[in-house]
Design a protein around this ligand. Structure first.
Ligand code: MN
Length: 275
């Protein structure tokens, strides 16, 4: 078992939009259904309990792209997975893994002993799900690519960020780690949270990079990068970018599901990095 088993194809430049890039959902399924509805997707649930299934029909010539962190903190992580896995299977969505999805993968693999940062809630919610549902999660997560490069190379989507050379370099553990965790140096702060640096000054590529991971009050553009994690699970909003229209669609959180442990906003650049 490699540390980052994500095997999906990253170079999807031949895939043309429109794409609806959707920020960190974190188990906020009510808001995901609200947002997909606003974007014109039709959602039909079938069955009940652990046998629930869902069909999502996208608008003509549109697909969703999830930036990852599908699970943890919110009240309905299994249903978020149901929606995204169903759309993925039907070709109606692409997705990349976030650090929380990565940790869920490690938990499923028996490698996480300490449940924290909302994984405890996901694990609790999974208790009422069927063995078949549990068994479907690992193959789905491992089928994801660490990032996707789309639409003739004009759009790239990664959970935490990406740098120019990573779009074309052979995939390495370091690249996968950067896409999932961003620019970190292994240090933690006084609260035990990984110290993050703003990687966007180091990105000089032509592709528009859309990412999540760092909650911001409003979608935040820096150079050719756009953060669309508007902190839905913290009582913010769930946000989509309609590509290539470059239109932002947000729906408000229906509740505050989790108390943020860090101050909102993008982190400072790494000392010595180009401004
Ligand atoms: Mn997140």
């Amino acid at each position: 078992m490699t540390e980052f088993p994500y095997r999906g194809v990253t170079d999807l430049r031949h895939e043309r939009g429109g794409f609806d890039v959707i920020g960190d959902v974190h188990g906020c399924c009510d808001e995901l259904e609200d947002l997909l509805g606003r974007l014109g997707y039709e959602i039909a649930w079938h069955g009940a309990g652990g046998r629930r299934a869902v069909t999502v029909t996208p608008p003509r010539d549109r697909r969703a792209v999830f930036v990852g962190d599908l699970v943890d903190r919110g009240p309905r992580s299994p249903d978020v997975l149901r929606i995204v896995m169903s759309m993925h299977r039907a070709g109606a969505a692409l997705a990349v893994p976030g650090n929380h999805d990565h940790k869920l993968h490690r938990w499923l693999d028996g490698r996480v002993k300490h449940l924290s940062h909302g994984l405890d809630r996901t694990v609790q919610q999974l208790q009422t799900e069927s063995p078949e549902f549990h068994a479907s999660l690992t193959p789905f997560l491992e089928s994801l690519p660490p990032f996707v490069w789309l639409d003739g190379g004009r759009l790239a989507v990664a959970h935490a960020g990406i740098l120019d050379h990573m779009l074309t370099a052979p995939l390495s553990g370091a690249i996968r780690r950067f896409c999932i965790f961003g620019d970190t140096d292994g240090q933690v702060d006084a609260n035990g949270l990984a110290i993050r640096f703003d990687w966007t000054p180091r990105y000089g590529g032509e592709s528009e990079v859309v990412y999540g991971h760092t909650p911001v009050a409003q979608p935040e553009r820096r150079g050719r990068t756009l953060c669309i994690d508007t902190g839905c699970c913290f009582g913010g909003a769930l946000t989509a970018l309609r590509w290539p229209q470059m239109e932002i669609i947000s729906v408000p959180a229906r509740a505050t599901y989790w108390q943020a442990a860090r101050a909102p906003g993008l982190p400072p650049p790494r000392p010595g990095a180009p401004a």
